[in-house]
Design a protein around this ligand. Structure first.
Ligand code: PXP
Length: 241
């Protein structure tokens, strides 16, 4: 069986840096440590409001990183131009609302359908692997295939909340399982991310067909206490045990 890859999202290193308006801690330094510690890719989300990752972080990380950079962007002309200029190996298109604290749900693929199709076409032509961040819905999987995405990333926020609150997550688990199976059957590579911690990653990795997990907030939070390297190693062990 193929190993599940771990994408390490370092947005919140930038959040801490920006809290003081200083240059420290450096997202580039975090990306390089994560790379050395076994991360398979580094994820950064360049938000429209630049609340954490800034354009200069993208340029610095892109120029120094050896493993793939996964750039998360909204479906806008500005972000498409930036992505085409920087040519990250991986792109994940995500929904974005100014007021949200984090990416609250999956993309609405019915909205801006022709723009999305054009955007995916241009990004793929520029040799980026394109993923769409979606809800675990069969309809969204079908639309992702129609839009010609390479991959989908299933939003795991809902199941992670249920698990954290010790609530029954079986229905959501089945929904995710069906979505992954359907995605794989259409030839899409399926990823999962949002809200994951050790416990939820352990539960979700039991579903066959997940190629990659993308994890940020919990991983950076735990790193404050234990350091990036041990936490990355622990996640990699959990998802591949
Ligand atoms: N995947 C995507 C597409 C995301 O937008 C995010 C959040 O930025 C994550 C994964 C990581 O979520 P978390 O920080 O909750 O681990």
């Amino acid at each position: 069986m193929n190993k599940i890859r771990l994408g390490v999202n370092i947005d919140h290193v930038a959040t801490v840096r920006n809290a003081r308006g200083e240059n420290y801690p450096s997202p580039l330094r975090a990306a390089l440590i994560a790379q050395k510690s076994g991360a398979d890719s580094i994820t950064i989300h360049l938000r429209e409001d630049r609340r954490h990752i800034k354009d200069k972080d993208l340029e610095a990380i892109k120029s120094k990183l050896k493993i793939p950079l996964n750039l998360e962007i909204a479906a806008t002309k500005e972000m498409l131009t930036i992505a085409l200029k920087n040519k990250p190996k991986f792109i994940c298109i995500v929904p974005e609302k100014r007021q949200e604290v984090t990416t609250e749900g999956g993309l609405n693929l019915k909205f801006k359908k022709s723009f999305l199709k054009q955007m995916i076409y241009k990004l793929k032509k520029s040799k980026s692997r394109v993923s769409l961040f979606i809800e675990p819905s069969l309809d969204d999987i079908r639309d992702s295939k129609f839009l010609d995405a390479d991959c989908v990333e299933i939003h795991t926020g809902k199941i992670c909340n249920l698990i954290n609150k010790n609530k029954n997550y079986k229905k959501e688990f089945q929904k995710i399982k069906k979505a992954i199976h359907f995605g794989n059957s259409l030839g899409l590579e399926v990823h999962a991310g949002h809200g994951l911690n050790f416990k939820s990653a352990q539960i979700l990795k039991k579903i066959p067909g997940i190629a990659e997990f993308n994890i940020g907030h919990f991983l950076i939070g735990e790193s404050i206490f234990f350091g990036l390297k041990p936490i990355i190693k622990k996640f990699k062990k959990i998802i591949n045990k």
